[in-house]
Design a protein around this ligand. Structure first.
Ligand code: F6P
Length: 298
């Protein structure tokens, strides 16, 4: 089944139009990664390397989203002020997650939260969330509150369309992998102890350094992704509106749980557009166990 048909049958019109626009802009962004990031040894006339992909992806997605006429504001990790439009929805996005991994050809991604209220607000106001992964395949994973569904970009002749790849995805019962950001020496003690216990339970470490890539394997194999509270960064690194709340929404729809160590990430009221929090997400039982350890250590 094609994305457009799925959206027509399952998603209200404004959200469907937004999703189509994001999926098309995602293909353009993906095609432009080599051109806009300096991997073709692009140099300016002075011989300096150029890397414009962050700005490029921000502009592509913003333009495509605003052109749908459904959105009042697009807030982005790449800009200080939201771009404004004439619709009623709010979008918070990380237009190119993991862009520092371009040179090593690790997976990259794009994350979008669709909120019903003006930003900043909590993830409880999310109507839906989507993420694109640019890995061995380009995939679009989405939820509008009725399960998590995945589409893959398929080129047939001159046309590329998104075809249904997985319906109602759920995190598997038996956890297999975990990935934790930052440096081990900087993790707070409960996180260090918990990671040791995951090793003892036979989980394997898998960490590529791009949030969507690392989360995606947790969704497929079960386990936990964390960008934890660090001794040097008590509020973590990942941005709530643009990254962790949208992914927490999807994670919950897949049967998982996401916490900042003390509460559900969806309950965080960010005090600024780019407010951050520690993030632990994946298999519900593991994350609740770690949450109990972190809160007890307070
Ligand atoms: O958003 C920033 C980001 O690139 C995430 O995609 C990723 O999870 C994290 O930073 C990696 O950070 P670190 O290199 O500190 O582990």
């Amino acid at each position: 089944m094609k994305l457009d048909e799925f959206l027509r049958l399952n998603v209200r019109d404004d959200l469907a139009r937004l999703t189509t626009a994001i999926s098309q802009a995602g293909l353009t962004v993906w095609e432009n990664i080599p051109l806009q990031s300096g991997v073709l040894t692009a140099v300016n006339p002075s011989g300096e390397t150029q890397k414009a992909i962050d700005v490029y992806s921000n502009d592509e997605f913003t333009e495509a989203i605003l052109a749908t006429g459904t959105v009042a504001e697009v807030a982005s990790e790449e800009t200080a002020e939201p771009a404004t439009g004439k619709g009623s929805l709010s979008v918070g996005m990380d237009p190119l997650d993991g862009s520092s991994n371009v040179e090593t050809n690790n997976p990259l991604g794009s994350i979008f939260g669709v909120y019903s209220r003006k930003l900043p607000c909590s993830g409880r106001n999310l109507l839906g969330a989507l993420y694109l992964t640019y890995g061995s395949m380009v995939t679009l994973t989405l939820s509008f509150g009725k399960g998590v569904h995945r589409f893959v970009a398929l080129r047939q002749g001159p046309e590329t369309s998104f075809e249904l790849m997985g319906i109602d995805l759920k995190i598997p019962e038996r956890p297999e992998v975990y990935g934790v950001g930052g440096s081990r020496k900087d993790w707070i003690p409960p996180v260090r102890g918990f990671v040791d216990s995951l090793e003892e339970r036979g989980l394997r470490t898998r960490y590529c350094g791009t949030f969507v890539g690392d989360y995606n394997q947790v969704l497929a194999r079960g386990g936990m992704f964390a960008y934890p509270q660090l001794t040097s960064k008590p509020r973590g690194k990942l941005r709530v509106l643009y990254e962790t709340a949208p992914m927490a929404f999807i994670n919950e729809q897949a049967g998982g749980y996401a916490s900042d160590g003390r509460r559900n990430i969806l309950d965080i009221e960010p005090d600024a557009l780019s407010g951050t929090s520690p993030a632990y997400m994946g298999s519900a039982s593991l994350v609740r166990e770690l949450e109990a350890l972190v809160s007890k250590a307070d």
